[in-house]
Design a protein around this ligand. Structure first.
Ligand code: NAP
Length: 310
């Protein structure tokens, strides 16, 4: 039987994905037809980017699974018309990209690169950075990406702590969980990295109260989701010096609207949601493996837990 696989992501990404997906699907041994359009009732699998159509899955009467190309699935996880399994993207490319981006921005702030690179002629103000062992980094979210970033920062010598919903043991990372654990984790965060998903329970994780628990002058780095931060509270904390700098890759509204105070705040760095992109080669392997598993009745990888929302 031919498997009909609908590629439902940005039309301009089809050219990038068609080759890698075809290669990876060919390795499954199944006969398939991979296209950007089908009659809904003929579709077996949807390779999905959650910012695009379809929004109503009910016409897809023989659908077996929806396979997201994104790690964050907040825009589709609560869709009541989606009754088949939903998987999210976990792969080498996303992990490696996020590890490189987070490590780069942690090192920028740790080393004080801005001050030292943009030197003023004649000003010879020597303020060497401490060693990494004297800079505490905390990662909120100890999932696929948080642990990968934590491992790299630990290897560089930073004392790394992390926070998650459930208890965890991760070599090289001091772990905390639950509401009390958050307070302990924040209190030792010279640099704080947010890698939580967008769910009702993570909204405004950083707010006036929790920002006040950070050591004065702490740096906040957010490649997770914009909803994790109460923006007004962060701006107030930046103005007061409670937060020394914020590097933000994600926002409640994207693109970040013209005129938003983040664009011009002297202590904010804005990057345009580029921390880690899904790469066609490595993600195609994960999609094909899940289709192979589904066809052989094996458990799917990286299933989204609808009750938790991630
Ligand atoms: P993941 O593997 O699902 O990990 C999520 C982590 O957050 C888990 O450790 C989880 O705890 C923790 N968590 C969730 N809800 C919590 C709560 N209420 N309290 C405490 N901890 C909580 O996700 P991931 O693959 O690492 O990705 C994380 C996020 O990164 C994605 O959801 C996405 O929003 C973002 N992202 C951004 C980009 C970008 O380019 N900026 C790229 C990719 C992903 P448990 O371990 O206990 O479940």
């Amino acid at each position: 039987m031919t498997l009909n696989i609908l590629f439902a992501a940005r039309p301009d990404s089809w050219a990038e994905y068609q080759g890698p997906l075809t290669r990876a699907l060919s390795d499954t041994g199944h006969t398939f037809d991979l296209r950007t359009d089908f009659a809904p009732e003929d579709v077996d699998y949807i390779v999905y980017a959650p910012n695009g159509p379809p929004r109503d899955f009910s016409p897809f009467t023989r659908l077996r699974a929806v396979l997201s190309l994104w790690a964050g699935v907040e825009t589709v996880v609560g869709n009541s018309t989606l009754t088949v399994p939903l998987t999210r993207m976990v792969d080498f490319g996303l992990r490696q990209g996020m590890t490189e981006w987070v490590t780069g921005h942690v090192l920028r702030h740790h080393l004080g690169m801005d001050a030292h690179i943009n030197g003023v002629p004649g000003l010879w103000h020597q303020n060497p950075p401490p060693l990494s062992r004297d800079r505490r980094v905390t990662i909120l979210g100890l999932g696929q990406l948080g642990v990968a970033c934590g491992n790299m920062l630990d290897a560089l010598g930073f004392p790394v702590a992390g926070w998650s919903r459930s208890p965890k043991q991760v070599p090289g990372i001091t772990t905390h969980h639950g509401p009390d654990g958050l307070e302990t984790a924040l209190a030792r965060s010279d640099i704080l990295v947010l890698l939580l998903p967008n769910t009702p329970s993570t909204e405004n994780t950083l707010n006036t109260r929790t920002l006040s628990l950070l050591p004065r002058g702490a740096v906040v780095i957010n490649p997770g989701r914009g909803t994790l931060i109460d923006d007004d509270a962060l701006l107030a904390a930046l103005d007061s010096g409670q937060v020394g700098h914020a590097t933000l890759d994600v926002f409640r509204v994207e693109p970040l609207p013209d005129g938003h105070p983040y664009w011009t705040h002297p202590s904010v760095t804005v990057t345009p949601h580029i921390a880690s992109e899904t790469r066609p080669d490595s993600s195609s392997d994960v999609i094909a493996e899940n289709i192979r598993r589904c066809e052989s009745g094996e458990p799917l990888l990286h299933l989204v837990d609808r009750s938790k929302g991630y």
